[in-house]
Design a protein. Structure first.
Length: 344
């Protein structure tokens, strides 16, 4: 019986960069890192050493058999997600899984079905929807009038030094982030139909669609510089800008005048600077040095476990996002290569 955050015993599957950030988020949420598993036992030992009484394993199955866990954070490669998750579900352990949840929508549906049969909660790490900026944007949404266009731009250095063929895989793995935001801002959510995608070169995706009169655009590039992660919601009465790297947002009113046209670049810069400054102060106070939104997502998920309430990212939303992702990658040239990479 889970009574409070302090009683939550967490395991970490994957002791790489995200495993380290998840372990820290567990600590800040008041939980206890009880075990770490990684094929590289030295990495597992190194991460476990930072948490009192945490054990290290080179095998997830052994970790689940020898430790009593309430929740498992899956931070291992995508190709391992389903098998690791199924082992945890069989052991009645709740799951917080890095995105994408599984390689395909069909596997996502299967995983949720298995989890529901065992009474296990599953939640993907779509942390952008938990950022301060995204929450503020939801409050402002009614002020910008009818939604005209939503635009997401990601230029990432995450593929630096990797073979060209792997850049497409990273681009596909990024897709759930902008899709999860579109899912919460569109009144009726996403539809898997009518998505057009082009892949001009390795690691580049240009995607467009229209839902209920609102056009949507996603640009993901492993080559564009400087790095950026931005999201715009354009309405008839104003525009909301989100900076996803830092987790803040600001809104520009839609007032039209000659004077405002002249002042716009200065006003926009001032609004951005003010929002960024306030955001930096808040993140510093929380000790949130990277991955804004992750800490709040973990806290929200742990609260759901304690209160037996729905997870912060619902199964319906997760499945809808997975289906759109499937639709997009199937329409581009790299879908076959991605499937081969996942199986390898």
């Amino acid at each position: 019986m889970i009574s409070n955050a302090a009683s939550l015993r967490a395991g970490i599957a994957g002791a790489g960069l995200m495993g380290r950030w998840h372990a820290e988020a567990v600590r800040k949420a008041g939980g206890q890192v009880s075990a770490v598993a990684d094929l590289n036992l030295n990495l597992a030992r190194r991460l476990a050493a930072g948490y009192q009484n945490a054990r290290s394993f080179s095998n997830v199955g052994k970790m689940l058999n020898e430790t009593d866990l309430d929740v498992l954070h899956i931070c291992s490669p995508l190709s391992t997600h389903r098998s690791v998750a199924e082992q945890a579900i069989a052991a009645d352990v709740n799951l917080l899984i890095e995105k994408p949840l599984t390689p395909t929508a069909a596997e996502t549906v299967h995983l949720y079905t298995e989890a529901a049969e065992r009474g296990v909660l599953v939640c993907p790490v779509h942390q952008f929807v938990c950022q301060d900026g995204a929450l503020k944007a939801k409050e402002w949404l009614s002020q910008i009038g009818r939604l005209v266009h939503i635009n997401a731009v990601t230029c990432s250095a995450g593929g630096a030094g990797l073979p060209l063929e792997q850049l497409d895989i990273i681009a596909a793995d990024i897709l759930p982030h902008p899709l999860s935001l579109m899912q919460i801002f569109l009144p009726d959510g996403l539809s898997e139909r009518h998505w057009e995608a082009v892949r001009p070169r390795c690691g580049e995706l240009r995607i467009s669609s229209a839902v209920a009169g609102t056009t949507l655009s996603i640009f993901i590039s492993m080559n564009g510089r400087p790095t950026m992660n931005s999201f715009q919601i354009i309405g008839t009465n104003g525009t909301i800008h989100l900076n996803l790297f830092h987790g803040y947002a600001f809104m520009e009113p839609g007032t039209v005048s000659r004077a405002r046209k002249i002042a716009h670049p200065f006003e926009s810069a001032l609004r951005s600077l003010s929002a960024a400054t306030i955001n930096l102060g808040r993140r510093t106070a929380r000790g949130e040095t990277a991955y804004p939104g992750l800490q709040r997502l973990v806290v929200s998920f742990y609260h759901a476990l304690q209160t037996k309430s729905p997870p912060p990212i619902t199964p319906d939303d997760t499945i809808a996002i997975a289906r759109v992702r499937d639709s997009i990658i199937h329409s581009t040239e790299f879908v076959k290569r991605e499937r081969e990479y996942v199986r390898s």
